[in-house]
Design a protein around this ligand. Structure first.
Ligand SMILES: C[S@@+](CC[C@H](N)C(=O)[O-])C[C@H]1O[C@@H](n2cnc3c(N)ncnc32)[C@H](O)[C@@H]1O
Length: 351
């Protein structure tokens, strides 16, 4: 869906938790006199976390990949397989994590899939520098069903790092999100027909710590509203300063909801449509689920993924290697892709 459709659904309370991918997109919006474009905001978050000595998602994952995964992965996966990276993020993240995996497996072919054109471009433009012979880019939403980016019988490795799986869709809830997680795992595993999924998760169940971590990201989490103004989609009555960021932690489900809170009544036109948001209204932007390992393992099984290896250390980050189980003939027919990455790519490059 387009930025406008997704924001309209958020502001009219039609749908929840679905605007995360737009937070990483480039735009000309500003806040307090500086750019709040998605890639700029995310790169700022990443660089401040990388110098933060506390255990956190960025450092912990890089450590695990650098010290363990890249050395041990070749024992499980044959040399030269294609790597399909879902949500590579910044050039820095790709360079420090995915590239180590690509080199460890002596892979020469890689497909990167992201909704953020800016991230794809920054990695694609440096492909000679990265030394990847065959790099394809696809601008797409990989959490959607029936997305396959490597439609042949070769086994390939799908990577989903940065705890991005935790951003799966779903309303605020107190029950464990079993169906949603199984569904998300199946969708991302279907990025290829055969092979493995390497996925990082955050297992932290300490609500105070989890909330404190995200509270530092207010400008990043709210940058979609600056874009709404810059794109002229709302009239002057829409006041950005009437919106603040908050988090909501549900301990029984491990759900961290990213919320935009309306501080005073807002009445404005959204592309000509009158919208009223009352004081205290909470708009659910996105999720960052934190998974308990035993629950995660159960859902992997239900999703048809066999556990091969878990890498963990004293941080709360874990990296799981899962193997796709053979599908029945009927499922293969149903899950064959109807999707043309190359056509999407041309559209994206032309934009
Ligand atoms: C949390 S960041 C992780 C980036 C990087 N993998 C890392 O480890 O730092 C999520 C990445 O996935 C992309 N992304 C998030 N949701 C997406 C979706 N539904 N479809 C496509 N890309 C998505 C974002 O643009 C961003 O590049």
């Amino acid at each position: 869906m387009s930025f406008f459709q997704d924001l309209r659904d958020l502001l009219t309370l039609e749908r929840v938790s679905h605007v995360g991918p737009h937070q990483y997109e480039a735009h000309s919006g500003q806040h307090d006199g500086h750019s709040t474009s998605g890639p700029v905001m995310w790169a700022r978050t990443e660089s401040s976390e990388l110098v933060n000595p506390d255990g956190n998602i960025f450092n912990a994952e890089e450590n695990l990949i650098e010290t363990r995964v890249r050395k041990e992965l070749p024992a499980y996966i044959p040399e030269g397989v294609r790597v399909v990276e879902l949500g590579p993020g910044t050039f820095t993240a790709f360079n420090k994590k995915t590239l180590l995996i690509i080199h460890a497996l002596k892979s020469t072919t890689c497909t990167i899939v992201d909704k953020s054109h800016a991230f794809l471009k920054s990695i694609y433009d440096s492909k000679a520098l990265l030394g990847i012979e065959n790099l394809e880019q696809v601008e797409d939403d990989f959490f959607q069903p029936s997305r396959c980016y490597h439609d042949n019988d070769d086994e390939a490795l799908v990577t989903l790092l940065g705890s991005t799986l935790g951003n799966m869709l779903g309303p605020l809830r107190d029950k464990l999100p079993e169906a949603a997680l199984v569904n998300a795992l199946q969708n991302v595993a279907n990025a290829t027909r055969k092979g493995w999924l390497l996925v990082s998760i955050d297992t932290d169940q300490n609500g105070e710590r989890v909330q404190a971590y995200y509270k530092k990201q207010e400008e990043f989490q709210l940058n979609i509203f600056d874009r709404l103004i810059a794109a002229g989609l709302v009239d002057k009555r829409f006041k950005r300063e009437a919106i603040e960021y908050d988090t909501e932690w549900r301990s029984s489900s491990g759900q961290l909801g990213h919320m935009a809170v309306i501080k005073r009544k807002l009445k404005f036109a959204l592309a000509g449509m009158e919208v009223v948001l009352r004081k205290g209204q909470r708009l659910h932007l996105k999720n960052s689920f934190k998974f308990k390992p035993e629950f995660f393992e159960k859902c992997c099984n239900l999703a048809g993924l066999e556990l091969v290896k878990v890498w963990s250390d004293d941080s709360t980050t874990q990296i799981w290697l899962l193997k796709k189980k053979p599908l029945s003939a009927q499922l293969i027919v149903e899950q064959r892709p109807r999707y043309q990455p190359q056509r999407e790519l041309r559209t994206a490059l032309a934009a």
